[in-house]
Design a protein. Sequence first.
Length: 125
Amino acid sequence: MPRVMLVKTFTGYLYVEGECNDLIEILKYLRDKYGRRTADVDDAIRILSNFSIFYDMMRRKFKDFIAPRKDEADLIKGLVTVDKVKLIKEGGKDLGVIVFDKRVELKLLLNAMKELGIEVNIVEE
């Protein structure tokens, strides 16, 4: 059973940490089932799907996070889902962190992961 960690920060952001395949599955589910078909979700899926290319680029530019493309209309409507993405190599695994926009609700993420059968470990910072 896939397992991810969902963290709620004291600043109000939610982020999910786990293997890239699981994160891609979550984003695709949010896009297809919850109507989150926005530029930022598609770009985050592209970043996670092409892990090696973006990981190398991130390292070369000394960046911790990659901000996916966001459509201005989605920003105005409050539909942006993904704030930024972090790529991590750990123990031979390709891991990632998705930092969600502040307007994304905890309930939405928990429902999506439950429906996908992904085990969630919830942590508060």
